[in-house]
Write a protein that binds this ligand. Structure first.
Ligand SMILES: [Fe+2]
Length: 139
């Protein structure tokens, strides 16, 4: 499984948000490492998914705060996309608590879902706000 790499084509043209996206990928990459580590334990995965969840919520809220502040016209559809991801994180946390699935497989699922979601979301959803955010001087 390959690590996720942020490159310039994923830039949304706003430095602070690019930095957050990079950090998001770093957490997904830690999940990949965990997926490949046969000694990984459940507690570690719980902790890592917890930090992924916390960071995702923090990051998505950052964008949404700007949507509200500047009345971004495409906010509704964008927030719906965020909510799907929030839901997924909750599901992952729930199934981790309830099911007795293999830790490596669960880490791999979480990494792949998160990485793919983020790539797709940045390219097809986030990049739509580039001009709007720049016009409103978001840095
Ligand atoms: Fe977004």
């Amino acid at each position: 499984m390959k690590q996720f790499t942020w490159t310039k084509k994923y830039s949304v043209g706003v430095e602070s948000i690019d930095e957050q996206h990079k950090h998001f990928f770093e957490i997904a990459n830690k999940l990949i490492e965990m997926a490949l580590n046969e000694a990984a334990e459940k507690d570690e995965l719980v902790a890592l998914l917890g930090s992924l969840g916390d960071y995702a919520f923090y990051h998505l809220n950052t964008e949404e705060k700007y949507f509200e502040e500047f009345h971004y016209p495409e906010a509704q559809m964008h927030v719906e996309e965020h909510n799907k991801y929030r839901e997924k994180i909750k599901q992952l946390m729930d199934s981790l608590e309830k099911e007795d699935r293999d830790i490596n497989t669960m880490a791999k699922d979480a990494a792949i879902y998160s990485g793919n979601w983020l790539f797709h979301h940045i390219l097809f959803v986030d990049q739509k706000y580039t001009k709007f955010f720049q016009d409103n001087h978001v840095k």
